[in-house]
Design a protein around this ligand. Structure first.
Ligand code: PMP
Length: 444
């Protein structure tokens, strides 16, 4: 007897995905799935040490405290917290956000804060408000993959600006502004992550902060300062934000994702008054308002818990993981590799020996049960093939060490392959590659 075929799941056979292609808006051309996304499905298996994802490690959060705060929100503020709220955000939370920003020298007013769905949405709203197709956005080289995805989706042209161990290089910024303008192009803003950069791990030095602001003032370039990691420094007090020394020329973005919970999806923009008004209108058309419930929950957490003490604990936890990663890199990787030692945040940027292609090596790394994000994901122009991002935020120190040990084994095999077959070895790169790896939560 023939078996009855199992009922089909998914769309009917007549619904061909490519039948929609001609109907999509032109801007969706920039929304492409990452070639490495499939690999990350494998990388999330427990036997793989993932040094890829930038997920905050929330294992130390006091869930009892959070639970009580959330219960209190329902009991005491349910009628408001379960209702639509203001497009600009919950007023009490905006005051508390100003207290948080004060730690970085910012004297902001709650009226100039717009609460967003994570700082990711703030990047989207600012780009929506400022950018037409073809406008230029200046970004560090490399830059945050999620922001590159937003810029692409608004059909902006990203022009990368060099960084070194002290962050964005002022002379390179000057040169980039001059060459873009000489080509008759419009620069809409400089997108910068001054603290514990994602993915490069570097921090903009104090001297350079002044210089970058001076250049942007003189050249009339707006700065979009994205600062989700600023309070997660390991060694020193938080750096002074760019926005602390420039009120009109900077839109500052912050987030509770790394200092409390990414699941709350609460971030914010602090903007000059006129820009703030546009951002609120953009927010209303995008979501009506950021989720009221999350805003009340974050507000209750901040007022009922020693959140600064909690951040201190997080910093210790991340510092221990950073130390484990740096020690393992020293112990296992060949001297032809180089990397930076981050003083905060989640990421180490690793440069491979000449000719080794991080993207080509990734399938072999995943087979060896370790994952990372290839450098090309963080460039809009296909560069970065000899680099990769390692994140130390999530795995335990022991797992980090084991992951780096596995990576070293894969790299050694890759170098042998190259020594044997030269430039024709499978997976050996010849110059920059195209193929932008769009954002995904794996690539946060
Ligand atoms: N900016 C940077 C530099 C990030 O690394 C991230 C998340 N990894 C974000 C913005 C977005 O974070 P969220 O939306 O969770 O606030």
């Amino acid at each position: 007897m023939e078996a009855t075929p199992a009922p089909r799941s998914g769309p009917p056979a007549s619904t061909r995905l490519d039948s929609y292609v001609d109907r999509y808006a032109a801007r969706t051309a920039g929304m492409t799935a990452s070639e490495i996304r499939a690999l990350f499905a494998v990388a999330s298996r427990p036997e793989v040490v993932s040094l890829a994802g930038g997920m905050p490690n929330i294992s130390g959060l006091p869930l009892d405290v959070v639970g009580r705060a959330v219960a209190g929100v329902v009991a005491d503020h349910g009628a408001e917290a379960l209702q639509y709220g203001s497009g600009q955000g919950h007023p009490r939370l905006r005051e508390q956000i100003c207290e948080v920003m004060r730690l970085e020298g910012i004297d902001g007013h709650p009226d100039d804060v717009v609460v967003t769905v994570g700082s990711q949405q703030a990047v989207d709203l600012v780009t929506r408000v400022f950018c037409d197709p073809g406008d230029v956005v200046l970004c560090e080289a490399p830059s945050y993959v999620g922001a590159l995805g937003v810029f692409k989706s608004f059909q902006c042209d990203v022009v990368h600006v060099e960084m070194d161990a002290d962050g964005l290089v002022p002379a390179a910024l000057r040169a980039a502004i001059a060459s873009v303008r000489a080509a008759g192009r419009r620069i809409k803003f400089l997108y910068t992550i001054p603290n514990f950069h994602n993915p490069a791990g570097v921090t903009l030095s104090a001297a350079r902060r002044a210089e970058v602001l001076e250049i942007c003032r003189a050249e009339d370039v707006l700065v979009l300062e994205d600062n989700p990691y600023g309070l997660l420094g390991f060694d020193a007090e938080p750096m002074r934000a760019l926005r602390a020394d420039e009120t009109e020329g900077v839109v500052y973005l912050g987030s509770f994702s790394k200092t409390f919970s990414p699941g709350m999806r609460v971030g914010w923009a602090l903007a000059p008054h006129a820009v703030r008004e546009k951002l609120v209108l953009a927010q209303e058309s995008a979501t009506l308002c950021a989720p009221s419930f999350s805003q009340f929950a974050v507000s209750a957490y901040l007022s009922e818990h020693d959140w600064q003490g909690q951040i201190k604990q997080m910093r210790e936890m991340y510092r221990e993981r950073r130390d484990a990663m740096i020690a393992a890199l020293h112990d296992f990787l060949p001297p032809s590799c180089s990397w930076n030692v981050p003083h905060g945040g989640f990421f180490v940027w690793l440069t491979l020996p000449p000719g080794i292609d991080a993207k080509a090596m990734l399938p072999r790394a995943v087979t060896a049960r370790v994952a990372y994000v290839p450098g090309t994901a963080f460039y809009a122009d296909g560069f970065g093939s000899s680099c990769l991002r390692l994140s130390f935020c999530y795995p335990t120190p022991e797992r980090i060490r084991e992951g780096v040990r596995r990576l070293a084994g894969v790299l050694e095999a890759e170098m042998e392959l190259r020594a044997t077959f030269g430039a024709t070895a499978p997976g050996v790169a010849a110059g920059p590659r195209s193929g932008y790896d769009g954002p995904s939560t794996d690539l946060s």
